[in-house]
Design a protein around this ligand. Structure first.
Ligand SMILES: C[S@@+](CC[C@H](N)C(=O)[O-])C[C@H]1O[C@@H](n2cnc3c(N)ncnc32)[C@H](O)[C@@H]1O
Length: 388
């Protein structure tokens, strides 16, 4: 018989913070007349100032946290992204880098170190994150890993008016609040959150026009529950406004619409992460559990193209990393240094294996007003854009 794993208990302080957030969510439900769209619940659970998963004190990243992201696994990940960034900055004859959702700051440190090696440092490395709490952590990482480059990093509270350069967002789209929908013979309903018998409970309402239109395009059968991320589309459209000239690289787990909304995936992809356990109840310990849904890359492609971005490429993470030379970079570490080399081999395997992150994670590049002399590094050997 399968046993339910015992979940690690939160500290009393963490539990108290989660209860304060729960009370705030309850008040928000009441203020909204008894019902909050799931996307609003997800926004509060992740980003409520001081209490949300990303904006509160949870450890989040790494072994002691809830999940591990690619740059946390290996510095070679950021070194590969630096190859793409360098080609963009070179074509522009200089410029800035803008990273969304910089996590612990490791990716920023890796990209800056990589660009230095490639003799292509940006004038500024901007970071925009919804979580102010992470800024201190990012600064510490940068000062520890690339102290001589840390003064190029500038934290912005809002998007710059325009950017001439390279934009990168790793695992940001999946952390943008999504709407939950359910189809039935009666039509499309939006799934939301109510408060019943002293706890959070699911409640459905007829979907509004924007959501209804987005769902209609998907041609879903009745009895299908899934997510639609209008906000991730809005985020992509905002890149077109910000990017004056250059390219944007979006990396995340997800699929093209045809695979995402496959009849067999009728329960959607919404999932929680808590201390390296998958959580199927999105109401579990709000503020202490990460909530995420996979990315519909067809929708992201459309949102970008509709707003003036040009697709430069769409590949899986393995294809991207192999084309940007992850194997040569691995060799460069020196096989004679077993202490360094063996964990690096393990990390590269995890990043590229189709059974791990290599196939599920995708890399999409958009450009605007950018004359490239050749295909962008990362997209020279493969092209999966026909699947979008
Ligand atoms: C899963 S974490 C990824 C962190 C990091 N990029 C990494 O790979 O380790 C998602 C991050 O995206 C940020 N985020 C979500 N939506 C955002 C937005 N619209 N603008 C900027 N940051 C955002 C969150 O605050 C969080 O830091």
């Amino acid at each position: 018989m399968m046993q339910t794993p015992q979940l690690p208990a939160p500290t009393p302080e963490a539990l108290a913070a989660s209860n304060v957030l729960l009370e705030r969510i309850r008040s928000a439900i009441e203020a909204a007349g008894g019902w909050l769209p799931f996307s609003d619940y997800m926004r509060m659970a992740l980003y409520e100032p001081g209490l949300g998963y990303y904006s509160g004190g949870a450890t989040k990243f790494g072994e002691a946290g809830d999940f591990v992201t690619a740059p946390e696994l290996s510095p070679l990940f950021g070194a590969c992204i630096a190859e793409t960034a360098a080609a963009v900055l070179q074509a522009l004859k200089g410029g800035d880098v803008l990273e969304f959702g910089a996590g612990t700051g490791v990716l920023a440190a890796q990209i800056l170190a990589g660009l230095e090696r490639l003799d292509g440092l940006p004038d500024h490395y901007y970071i925009v994150d919804l979580s102010a709490e992470l800024k201190q952590r990012q600064l510490q990482t940068l000062q520890a890993r690339v102290p001589h480059l840390a003064d190029r990093v500038v934290w912005l509270n809002e998007l710059p008016d325009h950017l001439h350069g390279f934009i990168v967002a790793n695992e940001v789209l999946d952390a943008i609040p999504c709407s939950l929908i359910h189809t039935s013979d009666a039509g499309v309903s939006e799934r939301g959150v109510s408060w019943q018998a002293g706890q959070l409970a699911w409640a459905d309402r007829p979907a509004g026009i924007a959501l209804q239109e987005a769902v209609d395009e998907l041609g879903l059968p009745p009895g299908y529950t899934t997510e639609v991320s209008l906000e991730a589309r809005g985020f992509t459209a905002s890149l077109a406004t910000v990017l004056e000239a250059g390219a944007a690289l979006l990396i995340d787990y997800g699929f093209p619409a045809r695979e995402y909304y496959h009849p067999e995936r009728h329960m959607g992809t919404l999932i929680g992460h808590y201390r390296h356990h998958s959580i199927h109840d999105p109401f579990f310990l709000p503020g202490l559990t990460d909530l995420t849904c996979h990315v519909d890359f067809s929708a992201i492609f459309e949102a970008g193209s509709d707003t003036g971005l040009m697709l430069e490429g769409y590949v899986n993470q393995a294809q991207y990393l192999l084309d940007t030379g992850i194997l040569a970079k691995l060799e460069g570490l020196g096989a004679d240094n077993a202490k360094l080399y063996l964990p690096a081999v393990g990390a590269v395997q995890k990043l590229t294996s189709p059974a791990e992150m290599g196939e599920l994670f995708k890399v999409m590049a958009f450009s605007k007003n950018l004359a490239l002399p050749a295909l962008l590094p990362g997209f020279r050997q493969a092209d999966e854009s026909y699947r979008l």
